[in-house]
Design a protein around this ligand. Structure first.
Ligand SMILES: Cc1ncc(COP(=O)(O)O)c(C=O)c1O
Length: 400
């Protein structure tokens, strides 16, 4: 077995150093648990950043992958395959039907597709100037140059100027700011119903409903980025459903393959028709292996009714966290949650304390922990995780 020190040295000598990694190497997972290279067990309440929504090594997903690997891993999108349209059919049903899906390999790529589609649609219907995209400060839409341009975090953008033009950010949850920005050059408004990377900040239902109306009035499309909160995590299949709005374009990725990279961009059929063959493509998107992972994941998700489980488990987790002395407040929806720590507590230090005690969570801001466990998480796992958070806060002086 390679030791942690050997892995860190191997990484430093061979991997681009783009991540500020914590000194742990995970080698195995099962359900809500992970094991590191030294044999230590952890409760995983981060889920690979909201990816492993059915937990690690889910047997049905693993069996489907093994079967597909022995049958057909990959075939070009120049041909049909027998899995991709079945996944599209399932997603279309979850989104109320009447749409079309493009498959990508990540969240950023799903958003890239959404932006390109919105530009094509805007220019076809509103003329050559209608290609701008308005998004929100605090948002996160990806790290490609275009999705970075849509990401409302100037500190992440600065290093990579000049970014593609045609993007503008406004304050989140502020309808007046949005109304002032959406003119007849705007092809789409792009938004997360719950800002994940921005600190787990939900949009108010009233804002989302007013936004939908504004987009209709100004003939702009509404793109909802469900990459982090989509597919059951917030207690609905999609977080925008809490507000009862219907977007024109929905993107998703993280949870879709339960760990196998796959992204998807769904659009209303009339919007999707703005793309002609040749307009957009990717070699791996919707290939049989990734699509089979998605099919198996969606099958388990539907059978287990993961939105209902996320609602119930989310309530238990929130109630327990609120009783912890070091936790001042809890925000989020379902099982996408941030615990705002008591004044004086540093989230990075508390997250490190949790890790030392065998719980994986991350500091989503300087003062808040993010929790995004498996949607199949058990009650005793929630109780054990909260006990570790309490212990880590107390160790940092949070119970003073
Ligand atoms: C809301 C949202 N959109 C897009 C992305 C980018 O996804 P990826 O890292 O798969 O490119 C993320 C990643 O955290 C995200 O949270």
């Amino acid at each position: 077995m390679t030791t942690l020190d050997q892995l860190v040295a191997l990484d430093a000598g061979n991997v681009m150093q783009t991540y500020g990694r914590l000194p742990v190497a995970f080698v195995r997972g099962e359900g809500s648990y992970l094991w590191d290279s030294e044999g230590k067990r952890y409760l995983d309440f981060l889920g690979g950043l909201a990816v492993t929504s059915l937990g690690h090594a889910h047997p049905e997903v693993a069996d489907a992958l093994a079967d597909q690997a022995r049958t057909l891993l990959h075939v070009s999108n120049l041909y049909y395959n027998d899995v991709q349209p079945r996944v599209a059919e399932r997603l279309n049903a979850l989104l109320g039907g009447g749409g079309r899906v493009f498959f990508a390999n990540s969240g950023a790529e799903a958003n890239e597709c959404a932006i390109k589609l919105a530009r094509r649609h805007g220019q076809q219907h509103g003329g050559p100037d209608r290609y701008h995209v308005v998004s929100a400060y605090g948002s996160f839409h990806g790290r490609t140059l275009t999705t970075l341009a849509a990401t409302g975090q100037p500190q992440k953008q600065e290093t990579f100027q000049p970014l593609p033009s045609g993007f503008r950010q406004v304050a989140y949850n502020d309808l007046d700011a949005l109304a002032a920005a959406v003119d007849d050059r705007v092809a789409a408004v792009m938004l997360e119903a719950v800002q994940g990377e921005g600190g787990v900040v939900p949009a108010s239902p009233e804002y989302l409903r007013a936004l939908r109306q504004l987009c209709d009035e100004r003939e702009a499309l509404l793109i909802v980025d469900e990459v982090q909160c989509g597919l059951g995590r917030t207690g609905k299949w999609f977080a925008f459903e809490h507000a009862g709005v219907a977007p024109d374009i929905v993107t998703m990725a993280k949870a879709l393959g339960n760990g196998v990279p796959i992204g998807a961009c769904w659009a209303r059929a009339e919007v999707a028709a703005a793309f002609a063959p040749g307009d957009h493509a990717t070699t791996f998107g919707g290939q049989p292996l990734a699509a089979r992972a998605a099919l198996a994941t969606l099958t388990v998700m539907e059978r287990e009714d993961v939105p209902a489980r996320a609602r119930r488990a989310g309530t238990r987790l929130a109630e327990a966290l609120l009783k912890v002395d070091g936790v001042a407040d809890v925000r989020g929806v379902g099982l996408l949650m941030a615990a705002e720590l008591a004044p004086g507590l540093d989230a990075k230090a508390v997250a490190q304390g949790c890790l030392d005690a065998g719980l994986v969570v991350n500091a989503v801001t300087a003062t808040a922990l993010r929790l995004a466990p498996s949607l199949l998480v058990a009650d005793d796992e929630i109780d054990a995780a909260v006990a570790i958070v309490a212990q880590a806060c107390a160790a940092q002086g949070g119970d003073a």
